[in-house]
Design a protein around this ligand. Sequence first.
Ligand SMILES: Cc1ncc(COP(=O)(O)O)c(C=O)c1O
Length: 263
Amino acid sequence: MNIRNEIVGINTEVPCLDGQNRKYVFLDNAASTPAFKCVLKCVEDFAPWYSAVHRGTGFKSLLATELFDSSHEIAGEFVGADLSTNTVIFVKNTTEAVNKLSARFNFSSGDIVVTTSMEHHSNDLPWRKYAKVIHVGTTEDGHLDLPNLKDVLKQFGKRIKLVAINGASNISGFINPYHEIAEWTHAVGAKIFLDAAQLAPHREINILPDGDKRHIDFIAYSAHKMYAPFGVGVLIGPKTFFETGAPDVVGGGTVDIVTLDEV
Ligand SMILES: Cc1ncc(COP(=O)(O)O)c(C=O)c1O
């Protein structure tokens, strides 16, 4: 496949400071990628069939529901998630995924989230809202300081509820050894969250079976960094984790039954 030809808008001209129009050369794919033609075509092909999801019994509604549900499965299988035990939640992007996860974690006072100084602020600020955050540093060349991480895990042990790290850095492109980090994290009884916003577009990911010591408990990624800029991201994690607690958003698809007195 000629990938260049697949990019929507590859030949678009833009006005330059000298008043001339020139073909746009886009080098900021780490921020957001343009759409692929095949992705746009999928959306267009589906548009005539689009109808109410999870709230209709007509043919189009059933078809749209089927596609909506199966797209969750595709997003989960993309990272090797076991969908009998894990759920795939559609969100707007990785930022919303981290905010949702942090709000839902139900931290107690004194609980610690370990993150790093090589994170995007989307994988830092949402944790600061609800827990004490410890930042593991980097080496001089910008890699994650793994001995420092091990020290922090050793020092704070059971107080650590979560280690939240990126799979690949948006600053350096360095890839973290996240399966090894998962093993160290599980050894102190904590869970691991992988911010895969930059990893998912570039590397195959397998979060491994649930019981594996190197399993990734929670993962998020954004479609707008993967040639599908239509406002979707995913958060994947254990079904049991998301079954309890009140929904972040009430109304709409989150209710079974509503009366004047009860929901
Ligand atoms: C490593 C990393 N994490 C999280 C984000 C946030 O992603 P989004 O803008 O899709 O919410 C970005 C965005 O650049 C990123 O590079």
